[in-house]
Design a protein around this ligand. Structure first.
Ligand SMILES: [Zn+2]
Length: 336
């Protein structure tokens, strides 16, 4: 696949250098007629890596622990320092370990319309009784990337066409060892935060306005390769994969199928919200192991995904605005 993609980069890529005309002809004293564009931040992989280090320093971070409370305070403070409005979506839910207090973190970048596009990650780590699990890639890299995406979006002076919300979910991981070992279809032992957030969107009559949900989960591995989750919404996945390839990351955004089995995008798909999971699961050998540590992840991988998501957002906004007249899609069938 990647061999076929390479030549296309030269045909269709608008991100290549612009024509040299202005630089070649404008004299040093001439002032450009258009004002200089406002200074906007660029995604910085090193900053994302700093957020990864901070999270790991807090230790294992399962729901309703001191370490996760510290992580939450860190994320909230970072987002606020960029000038974003941040709120907590707090709730309590029954788990195989009893009642747990959880909180999703929500930051909003207001747009010209109330049409919502969510960019998301979970921020809890999986509970282990007898293992120190710090989750460098699961989920510290997706959290670090999402914080950095927030900084970039906050730095932009112009209002986006749609409203973006960054949502950091609590309680994605199951408390029992296996994903669906405990709980049942009515109340699964996983995706606590995303299920609660979907219920909040319903309560506030926002579900029909929520036109796309982009989930980042385990996308910071040094040997980054992102296959396609078959349950994700095709048009949304296609925009992101195509954009990644246009940016020169054809070897990262590949077409092989990535079996996921369940993640925070599922409750959204079930509610008729179109959603995509950007995840490297099957080829990440350190998944849910004590060696999911900082040496396995890289600033470069986070920048690849951060830049690709940021470059995809205007196209996603354009798509959802163009298709505004359509009712929300029917709930996608979750493939067995
Ligand atoms: Zn996990």
């Amino acid at each position: 696949m990647t061999v076929l993609v390479a030549p296309l980069l030269f045909i269709g890529c608008p991100k290549e250098d612009p024509p040299a005309r202005p630089r070649a002809t404008v004299s040093s004293t001439a002032r450009p007629k258009t004002p200089a564009p406002a200074v906007v931040a660029e995604f910085n992989g090193e900053r994302a890596m700093d957020h990864v280090k901070k999270q790991i320093e807090f230790g294992p971070r399962p729901p309703d622990t001191e370490a996760l409370a510290k992580t939450r305070a860190y994320i909230v403070n970072e987002l606020k320092s960029y000038g974003l409005t941040v709120s907590l979506d707090e709730f309590t839910d029954g788990t195989p370990q009893g009642e747990k207090k959880m909180a999703n973190i929500v930051a909003e970048i207001p747009g010209e319309t109330k049409t919502l596009v969510l960019i998301t990650s979970h921020y809890d780590t999986k509970f282990y009784q007898n293992m120190t699990f710090v989750g460098a890639n699961d989920p510290a890299t997706s959290v670090g990337t999402l914080i950095e995406i927030g900084r970039v979006l906050a730095s932009r002076k112009e209002k986006p066409k749609v409203t973006y919300r960054l949502v950091f979910f609590d309680g994605e991981e199951s408390f029992c060892e296996g994903w669906s070992q405990c709980g049942d279809a009515e109340s699964p032992d996983n995706t606590y935060g995303s299920r609660h957030y979907v219920s909040q969107l319903r309560t506030r009559n926002e579900i029909e306005n929520t036109r796309a949900m982009i989930l980042l989960d385990m996308m910071g591995y040094k040997s980054l390769e992102l296959g396609r989750d078959p349950t994700s919404t095709k048009w949304l996945q296609n925009i992101i994969w195509q954009t990644g390839r246009e940016l020169g990351y054809g070897k990262v955004f590949v077409d092989r199928e990535e079996g996921v089995g369940g993640d925070d995008h599922e409750p959204f798909l079930g509610a008729g919200v179109e959603a995509v999971d950007i995840i490297q699961l099957t080829s990440y050998p350190h998944w849910h192991r004590a060696d999911d540590t900082i040496d396995k992840v890289s600033a470069q991988s986070m920048k690849i995904v951060g830049d690709t998501v940021l470059a995809s957002l205007p196209k996603v906004a354009e798509y959802v605005i163009k298709n505004k007249a359509q009712p929300p899609s029917k709930p996608s069938k979750i493939q067995e």
